[in-house]
Ligand binder design. Structure first.
Ligand code: ATP
Ligand code: MG
Length: 426
């Protein structure tokens, strides 16, 4: 991709209405633009990151043998009446009418639709267990949409639902999803905690949240300073206690003391048990030929929220520092004097083609701007590797490699592979 052609409107100044660093940087780096409160357009650079995260999730879900479907965003009132959630969801549920005056809502989640699908199409325990997932747009009319895509009204979620014949099978599906979520967030290169959670409005028993640790997280969690233990502080606070009083107390798991941290909830896994399958009458025939209620689990990951969470954890005062697995491009070629100097232009284009053929995703900064502007934008959009082709190339046939985290290296133009190797060993 050539920088002069890609639609990448970077901003010098921080937009007024952005509070947290990820929102500021996503706007400044030309990743998103606001359409309405909590509703955003993803621009090419942002979409590349979103798709990378989506693909990592899809790969790991498929490896777990979950199967992908795509359910509708518009859902009929009748299904939501069955679970009494047409009432219960209140104004978070965006309701619409069709031309025949029938009621629909924009799906904030898909328990009703998936349970309806399964009850109509799965008849025997022999077809179980099943784990069905989708990666799809959700709409929740949040009271306080904020922090850009971190808490949007329209957002992208991976949601999956397991259907099991009994509790022990549900336990297995739940554990498998828990392991899958660990693999996904590890591949994204993020630091996180698995937090015991309140199962809240959805209902059910066992529930854990995956939190990416970050100062701007909206959730407060209590973690042990010497074990993996982590719990939502809401579950720990007794009446009249405040957060400060938890700090330094012995951890409930008996290991170490409590530290209070901020987290961004990026994933949530639940054992719903029979809550929905009871209400919706979803059963199959068991071994004895008797109708048996299905056990259900549900597992969500906030795909679009993960983009913001990754930035919250990986930035400095100059811009974003992308983890390699989700960077929009691997390499940025900063060509100084591209339009003026035929030699610079052809050396940059050759480098671009060579790296592309090596399998790297490359962006070439061929714009008219000078070194200062180009480097500022390079730091802002946070590509891990920058290759500078300019004066030194003309004078000494040398190029400079600059890693976004600050490491630099100089070498001969022809020697790009050796320089790359050298970089890896730094
Ligand atoms: P929260 O407590 O942050 O409101 P939730 O508990 O309502 O989230 P779930 O119903 O568990 O969310 O949804 C699964 C995942 O979807 C969450 O873990 C989160 O990553 C993501 N998510 C939920 N609401 C939003 C939102 N408004 N904007 C972006 N992502 C969201
Ligand atoms: Mg949740």
């Amino acid at each position: 991709m050539f920088w002069s052609k890609i639609f990448l409107p970077t901003l010098k100044d921080t937009p007024q209405d952005a509070e947290v660093v990820s929102h500021k940087l996503m706007l400044r780096a030309g990743m998103i633009r606001k359409v309405s409160s909590g509703i955003y357009t993803w621009l090419p650079l942002g979409l590349r990151v979103l798709r990378k995260i989506e693909n990592i999730i899809r790969e790991e879900m498929n490896l777990s043998e979950a199967q992908e479907v795509l359910m509708p965003m518009v859902q009929p009132r009748e299904l939501w009446e069955e679970t009494q959630r047409w009432e219960k969801m209140g104004s978070e549920l965006l309701r619409i009418k069709d031309r025949h005056d029938r009621d629909f809502c924009l799906g904030p989640t898909h328990e009703e639709v998936i349970t309806d699908l399964i009850r109509n199409n799965v008849k025997s325990y022999k077809e179980l267990p099943l784990n069905i997932y989708q990666i799809q747009t959700k709409f929740r009319d949040e009271v306080r949409p904020r922090y850009g895509v971190m808490r949007g009204r329209e957002f992208l979620m991976k949601d999956s639902y397991s259907f099991n014949i009994n509790q022990s099978s549900l336990d297995e599906s739940y554990q498998l999803m828990r392991e899958t979520y660990k693999k996904i967030i590890d591949r994204l290169g993020l630091k996180y905690k698995i937090v015991k959670a309140d199962s809240g409005a959805i209902g059910g028993d066992v529930s854990e949240e995956f939190h990416v640790l970050a100062e701007n997280g909206e959730d407060t969690i209590a973690v042990s300073d010497s074990s993996e233990f982590a719990i939502n502080t809401e579950l720990l606070l007794k009446d009249g206690e405040d957060l400060q009083s938890l700090q330094g107390k012995p951890s409930p798991d008996g290991k170490g003391v409590i530290e209070i941290k901020k987290g961004i909830e990026v994933g949530h896994i639940f054992q719903l048990g029979e809550v929905y399958t009871n209400l919706m009458n979803a059963n199959v025939l068991d071994k004895e030929g008797k109708a048996q209620n299905l056990y259900m689990g549900c597992y969500g990951i906030g795909v679009s929220r993960l983009v913001a969470a990754a930035i919250e954890q990986n930035n400095d005062d100059k811009g974003i520092i992308w983890p390699e697995s989700i960077t929009p491009f691997d390499v940025n070629i900063v060509a100084i004097g591209f339009e003026k100097d035929e030699k610079i232009a052809s050396a940059s284009i050759n480098m671009y083609e060579k790296l592309s053929s090596m399998g790297y995703e490359v962006i070439l900064d061929d714009r008219k701007d000078g070194y200062g502007t180009k480097m500022k934008d390079a730091e802002l959009i946070g590509i891990p590797m920058n290759i500078i082709i300019g004066k030194q190339y003309l004078e000494k046939n040398e190029i400079e490699l600059m890693h976004r985290d600050g490491k630099t290296s100089i070498g001969a133009y022809e020697d790009i592979e050796t320089i790359f190797e050298h970089f890896k060993n730094l």
